[in-house]
Design a protein around this ligand. Structure first.
Ligand SMILES: C[S@@+](CC[C@H](N)C(=O)[O-])C[C@H]1O[C@@H](n2cnc3c(N)ncnc32)[C@H](O)[C@@H]1O
Length: 411
């Protein structure tokens, strides 16, 4: 049956980066359209695909990547930088307003720097068993083949070619392999997920690729397959060996921007709690001036931090492995720390924030990768008498719908 073509006027860009048209039946989401545009679309429910742009926005620009529009890695490459930046900042403004939190949001800090230093590529056998390597499409699980990604940092220049070479001997079937690439200061670290146990001949083939491509380490689900050198990251005065596939801020510039904001906000505090510390991105820097309590649920990340924390020039870091969703630090346990830094995953830290709100802390520095959960948790603080100070949006995920925030709360 032939699809009906409809003409829509786009009013605004939503928080996922889709253009939104208001219709009698409610909002319709049109990916890759821009506010002010008139587009002809094929509609499926409340989503629509552009068939043609009848009246383009004067702010439409040429995307920097030939795969934009099919590869789901980027949502907004086609908008003038000023508009893009204002939209990103507005993601924070809107989330706070919706949660009823009054706060001043700074201008967006651009933290793309040299580009992404970590990426998860997917590999799959497509039609006629041809190997396909790329990212998934927008809101889909289909692997879209790509031959370049202009947002990668230079150490990932060969990531696509390497992903190909690693995937070949693993013979991915219907289910895609996930290849987690991290550019460390000691070379590329690749953790492969989604494959079954690796037979000796396959392990030998992977090790050969590691040698030829000079990869620091290759693991499968965290198990060592090949290691040429130790992958490491310099964090302040310390050197950390990251566990395979561990969390790392996606750009070096982003890590620096967030760390600078955190260090500025903690001032001269002598005892600081760093909750959701990971491998110690903030804790190891904070320990240059303060005694730190670092807590995270990831045992391996805490083990890596324990190995790194003895670096000369650092004050003591006490570490705790604990699930802060199920078992948040209580107000009582938080007593020695007047200043608390927290950097939870996208779900935010509702239970922990409730304890923080009634604790004896006087300053909270909340780093977030999700304005929605940040605003929800900020509301808990404000309802308990905390005052929201500066909120700074940081753009590490350029061209995506993700934005980080650093918010300071005082009592
Ligand atoms: C956004 S990362 C931040 C890590 C670190 N602050 C950094 O900048 O590298 C979130 C961290 O929360 C940890 N995490 C996730 N769920 C958790 C939970 N329920 N309890 C404690 N930590 C958790 C993850 O292991 C991860 O290290």
């Amino acid at each position: 049956m032939k699809q009906q073509i409809e003409r829509l006027r786009i009013e605004r860009l939503g928080h996922r980066g889709d253009g939104i048209a208001e219709t009698a039946e409610g909002p319709v989401y049109v990916p890759y359209s821009l506010p002010g545009e008139t587009v002809e679309v094929e509609r499926k429910g409340d989503r629509a695909e552009i068939v043609s742009i009848v009246e383009p926005s004067p702010d439409r620009v040429e995307p920097i990547c030939p795969h934009f529009g099919t590869c789901g890695g980027c949502a907004v490459q086609h908008w003038r930088e000023e508009n893009y930046r204002a939209w990103k900042r507005d993601l924070a403004v809107t989330a706070l307003a919706q949660a009823g939190v009054e706060a001043a949001v700074d201008d967006l800090i651009d933290a793309h720097g040299e580009g992404r230093r970590r990426a998860v590529l997917h590999a799959k056998r497509g039609g006629r068993k041809v190997l396909v390597v790329g990212f998934t499409g927008r809101r889909s699980h289909i692997v879209v083949p790509i031959d370049q990604c202009p947002i990668f940092a230079p150490p990932l220049d060969r990531a696509l070619a390497i992903a190909w070479r690693l995937a070949e001997p693993l013979e991915p079937g219907g289910k895609p392999l996930d290849l987690h690439f991290t550019a460390t200061d000691g070379g590329l670290d690749v953790d492969i997920r989604g494959s079954g146990p690796v037979e000796p001949d396959v392990a030998a083939a992977l090790a050969a690729v590691a040698r030829e491509e000079r990869l620091a380490r290759v693991t499968r689900h965290g198990e060592l397959v090949a290691q040429l050198t130790e992958p490491f990251l310099k964090i302040g005065k310390a050197t950390v060996v990251p566990p395979p596939g561990t969390f790392l801020q996606p750009t070096a510039a982003g890590e620096k921007a967030l760390a600078d904001l955190v260090l500025e906000a903690v001032g001269n505090a002598r005892r600081i709690a760093d909750l959701f510390s990971g491998i110690g991105t903030f804790a190891l820097r904070l320990a240059e001036n303060a005694q730190v309590l670092a807590v995270d649920s990831d045992e391996e990340a805490i083990a890596a931090l324990n190995k790194a924390k003895g670096a000369p020039g650092l004050r003591p870091i006490e570490t705790v492995t604990r699930d802060l969703f199920r078992s948040p630090l209580t107000a009582g346990e938080l007593v020695p720390s007047k200043v608390v830094v927290l950097d939870p995953p996208r779900q935010g830290a509702e239970a922990q924030t409730k304890e923080l709100a009634i604790s004896g802390a006087t300053r909270i520095v909340y780093v977030s990768c999700n304005p929605g959960t940040f605003a929800r948790d900020a509301r808990i603080l404000v309802d308990n008498g905390w005052k929201s100070g500066r909120i700074v949006p940081v753009d590490q995920f350029r061209y995506s719908d993700h934005v980080e925030l650093v918010g300071v709360f005082d009592r």
